[in-house]
Design a protein around this ligand. Sequence first.
Ligand SMILES: O=C(O)CCC(=O)C(=O)O
Ligand SMILES: [Fe+2]
Length: 340
Amino acid sequence: MTTSFSSLPIVDLSTLSQTIQSPASLVALGNQLYDVFATTGFAYLINAPLSFSHEDVFKLASDFFGITHAEKMSLAKKTFVNSNTNTYRGYFPTQSGHNGNRKEGFEIGTPKTPQHAAVGRHLKFNLDEANVWPETANFVDRRTQLEMQHHELQALSATLLSLLAVALGKPAGYFDAYLDDSLSTLRLLHYPPQATPAKKGDQVELCCTPHTDSGILTLLHQDKTGGLEVLSSDGKWVAAPYVPGSIVVNIGDLMGEVSGGRFVATMHRVRRDEGGRMRPDGMGRFSVPFFFEPGESCVVRSVDGGDGVVYGEHVRRKMRDWVEYEDLPDSEHAMGLPAV
Ligand SMILES: O=C(O)CCC(=O)C(=O)O
Ligand SMILES: [Fe+2]
């Protein structure tokens, strides 16, 4: 059950970078993560074992969103450009009529070859498809860097999950099956600047509407622009501004279920800029969530037992609520579901 809070806790991961990690310090870290996920469901992680900085992450986002509109649309998912073949990975443009969700995004999954045998290839959305990339010559280096960031964030997620497994009374390798053919997504997000800043006052204006994340856990890089807010159990939205050097971690709905309801997937949203928070480059706000996700055929069940769900089916059901697919008629969604 989420508790009331007025700021997010900070969890120091420096023990993970030590050459010799004492079992006691790992257990203590797991217990600390358990406590924050059982109360706020959200925390700042500091001293994470990552080789890249926030500047590196947002330079890549800025380089990607700086390419031409035509080039971005050549990478758009089939939903937006019917002649494109990518259905799940790639670009989604800012959708008109979505005033509370003014964002464009670019999503990459675990690097794989286009020949990879995909479980869901015959379905409308091929969750396991290869990534698509800008053809611009100078994006080759950036592609390598983005793939490396995906790899490191995946490794960090795996470490956090093994600590949580122990804190939940299970062996450290309890969640290892989640890593097989993992569908984890690195999503570059850009909230373009608006012609007028949000009005100050009671009427809150948003650029990302309130939601919980659907999967296991999310690791979020946000820039200094701010605007992220997290819902406390007393109904108050608590600001989660950028803390230097930190990444935000939060629990998704499915991990709430996996934990037998011990962990909470907390509602969050992003407020529109009220002026004064603009990035110096004038590009609006960037954030880069990494969604840790199991493989398509992984059966995910509560630590307390039960039938569980096949992860691919869970995602396809959840897609109906995702704003990036909101414009699709129901019949299109149905085609994304496996035949029963
Ligand atoms: O942009 C942000 O800071 C949060 C984005 C987010 O919550 C999401 O993509 O699920
Ligand atoms: Fe989210």
